[in-house]
Design a protein around this ligand. Structure first.
Ligand code: ATP
Length: 269
């Protein structure tokens, strides 16, 4: 019998063309009920889905290149940190813990919406996934980044504050800019290739976080065999601006093909 997923009142068959996408949407909704995801996180996810659609819900070659450079940079950094928000915590908790261990780089919870109980809910999800040490939760270690006015200015002294390379999946542009101004290297994962985050980051991975995490863990396993010099070469040879431009060209080509296909169907309808 075909396996089904319970999506609200509806049963989604496993061979539904949007099964994957609906599964993650369902996780986000459940995450909101458990306080892990903020209400605005639902909207951010929807925006992500829209951009995922126009890249064909696939990992582009440009994203793979960016991931390789990102892993190399994380491996050569002295104090790399992985910043975690509610959406990322609910979508890929186990993979966050795995990446944190393989680099190694600590996980720091950093939130825009600090609703009561949220920090605890996210801590619970990550701990259940195997996280043994989490930053961003001990009030006595928290300091403020002056360059930022939102809640995300509150960071951990032993994490983002001292970190030299911050991995920021699903970020807001203001913080990416602030982290850059503080002299930190920023690696972003963002499906929107023209968001302020994408433009401001040192390395921009234009892909869905659910596809990025397993790929980065795999790459980390491979690149850990290399020496510092070779890793540095990978980072130096990567051109973020060119990579974003190439991604935009790929999106244009994909959309042109989709347009042709839609016209063909419409004509024969
Ligand atoms: P910016 O300030 O950088 O212009 P924004 O204010 O548009 O960004 P948000 O509304 O906070 O950003 O949305 C977060 C971003 O995360 C969006 O650009 C969205 O495309 C992206 N996003 C959402 N879900 C995912 C996902 N699963 N994987 C990768 N990116 C995602």
């Amino acid at each position: 019998m075909m396996r089904e997923m319970n999506h609200g009142d509806d049963k989604i068959p496993k061979d539904h063309p949007r099964y994957q996408s609906l599964t993650f949407r369902h996780k986000i909704i459940e995450g909101m009920k458990e306080l892990v995801v903020a209400e605005a996180g639902l909207i951010a996810h929807g925006r992500g889905e829209c951009f995922d659609y126009i890249i064909g819900e696939q990992t582009l070659e440009t994203a793979k290149k960016a991931m390789k450079a990102a892993v190399a940079l994380l491996l050569i950094s002295k104090k790399p940190v992985i910043s975690v928000n509610g959406n990322v915590a609910i979508l890929v908790p186990d993979l966050l813990v795995s990446l944190s261990k393989v680099i190694p780089a600590p996980l720091e919870i950093n939130l825009f919406y600090r609703k009561e109980g949220r920090m605890e809910a996210i801590t619970k999800v990550l701990t259940k996934a195997g996280a043994t040490r989490l930053l961003g939760i001990d009030e006595s270690h928290m300091v403020e980044i002056e360059e930022l006015s939102s809640n995300r200015r509150i960071v951990d002294l032993h994490g983002i504050y001292q970190g030299d390379c911050i991995f920021v999946p699903l970020e807001d542009g203001d913080r990416t800019e602030a982290l850059r101004k503080l002299g930190k290297k920023v690696i972003a994962v963002d499906l929107n290739p023209i968001s302020r985050t994408a433009i401001w980051a040192d390395i921009t991975i234009i892909d869905n976080i659910v596809r990025v995490m397993p790929e980065m863990i795999k790459i980390a396993g491979e690149l850990k065999q290399l020496g510092k010099g070779e890793l540095k070469k990978i980072v130096d040879e990567f051109d973020n601006k060119k990579n974003i431009q190439e991604t935009l060209n790929m999106i244009i080509e994909y959309m042109k093909a989709q347009k042709e296909e839609a016209f063909r169907v419409l004509k024969n309808k």
